[in-house]
Design a protein around this ligand. Structure first.
Ligand code: UDX
Length: 434
């Protein structure tokens, strides 16, 4: 099929590449000329496992352009995968969705289905269809369907090629059939529902996962107070299939481009309808506090943080991505900078973007070991493999005062017993020299 994709961020680009892999002819549209040029050369603008290879493999079926009218003119299906960032009030900003819609309406010259992949507030599909029809220049039939995306960063290609489910939101059989043809080669359960339910499935799924994380983080905080071990508690809970073992990893809170934004957007939407989502509100509040857990703990070991040398291992919101959005490092490092700490940071891919945001005051190192050199404190924000494989001896050898505060529970605390390292993680007692 002839498919156009609006937006080449995580959702748009990965969708486009994976649809090309399934034999469709795909043109990806973006306003950023430089980015388009790089993609034409086979360079992916995002760090995502397997994406470059698939881009190269499918280059005959995959093209990139800034010429939206050429791309949309005769597309059978147009996917919208642009961002829906958070507004100051927490609601979703649909500016980019509507900008693209205007371009689509001005360009299409044959009947087509516009599919919204971006996460949008419930009711947006209905409104966008009206908007498109009002702005059409040519006399064609245009339909809008919802098809939310559930990919996670770091596993985006796998999640798209082998999705947990394909949700198709449409009230029209003909539109459903078009989407079924798009996904013909995919092996996944398909749920066809109305557009509003499809939109809600996306928010409800993301917010439930965020809630699950905040819940386990609160249990972890309580574990510390009563002397239980969160890893054992989570393992014990996970055996119950009704609970499941996934998303029960306690830590310093969730970040990324979805959970923080989607929890706030749903909370805002509920408020708009004069309803308070108390569970979602709690997930947000717990997460905001959780992000500051390590700094609070640091004050247990040092009355004053002022002037300390602090090693920071991991800057991105999770491993496997260079994305910094809502990463715990972003709230903690400014606090350390205010305390005039010397910051020695390491991250395998996040450094460049971090440097853009904080051009001064941070020293970056090639290896975790170098970042640990003569540090008074180590804060672990991301569970990169390079961090998980460091030994207690490494901390002991390199740090001036080996105090390790682990926000991602990278190690079993016992391995620090008998060493000089003080190891304090989330939801488990501190271990090592007192
Ligand atoms: C998430 C959803 O997983 C995905 O389905 C949706 O489409 C987009 O949002 P993503 O943000 O890429 O994907 O990452 P995810 O792996 O879900 O992690 C989000 C955050 O939660 C990370 O900061 C991670 O460290 C944190 N997390 C995750 C935990 O703290 N504990 C867990 O058990 C799982």
């Amino acid at each position: 099929m002839k498919i156009a994709i609006a937006g080449t961020g995580y959702v748009g680009l990965v969708t486009g590449v994976c649809l090309a892999e399934h034999g469709h002819t795909v043109v990806c549209v973006d306003v950023d000329k430089e980015k388009v040029e790089r993609m034409r050369q086979g360079i992916s603008p995002i760090y995502e496992k397997g994406l470059d290879e698939l881009m190269k493999k499918n280059q005959d079926r995959l093209s990139f352009t800034t010429d939206f009218s050429g791309a949309y003119r005769d597309a059978e299906v147009i996917f919208i995968g642009v961002g829906t960032p958070e507004k100051r009030d927490g609601s979703a900003n649909l500016k980019y969705v509507y900008e693209v819609a205007e371009q689509i309406a001005a360009s299409v010259e044959q009947d087509c289905v516009v599919v919204i992949k971006s996460t949008v507030p419930i009711g947006t599909n209905d409104k966008l269809e009206v908007f498109l029809r009002e702005h059409l220049i040519h006399s064609v039939n245009i339909f809008v369907a919802s098809n939310p995306e559930f990919l996670a960063q770091g596993t985006a290609v796998r999640d798209t090629l082998y999705p947990s489910r394909i949700v198709i939101g449409t009230e029209m059989k003909a539109v459903e059939e078009v989407l079924m043809r798009v996904y013909e080669g995919f092996d996944a359960p398909v749920l066809v529902t109305n557009r509003k339910s499809a939109e809600m499935i996306k928010y409800a799924s993301n917010d439930f996962l965020a809630l699950k994380i905040s819940y386990i983080n609160e249990i972890a905080n309580l574990c510390e107070l009563v002397g239980a071990d969160i890893e054992d508690v989570a393992a014990g809970m996970g055996y119950d299939e009704r609970i499941g073992s996934k998303f029960l990893h306690a830590g310093i809170g969730y970040g990324g481009s979805c959970f923080p934004k989607d929890t706030k957007a749903l909370h805002w939407l509920a408020n708009f309808h004069d309803y308070e989502m108390k569970t979602v509100k709690a997930a947000i509040e717990v997460n905001d506090h959780q992000k500051l857990r390590l700094i609070k703990k640091a004050r247990k070991y040092y009355k004053e943080l002022k002037g300390l040398t602090v090693a920071v291992l991991g800057l991105t919101f999770k491993p496997g991505t260079d994305d910094l959005r809502e990463a715990p490092s972003l709230v903690n490092i400014p606090i350390l900078l205010d305390e005039e700490c010397r910051i020695q940071a390491w991250d395998p891919v996040g450094e460049e973007k971090f440097q853009e945001r904080f051009p001064e005051g941070i020293e970056y190192y090639e290896t975790p070991e170098e970042a640990l050199e003569k540090a008074d404190l180590c804060l672990i924000f991301t569970e990169w493999n390079e961090v998980k494989t460091l030994s207690p001896q490494c901390y002991q050898t390199h740090m001036r005062h080996p105090i390790v505060l682990d926000g991602r529970n990278c190690y079993r605390p016992e391995i620090f017993q008998g060493t000089d390292v003080i190891y304090d993680s989330v939801g488990r007692g501190a271990c090592g020299k007192e």
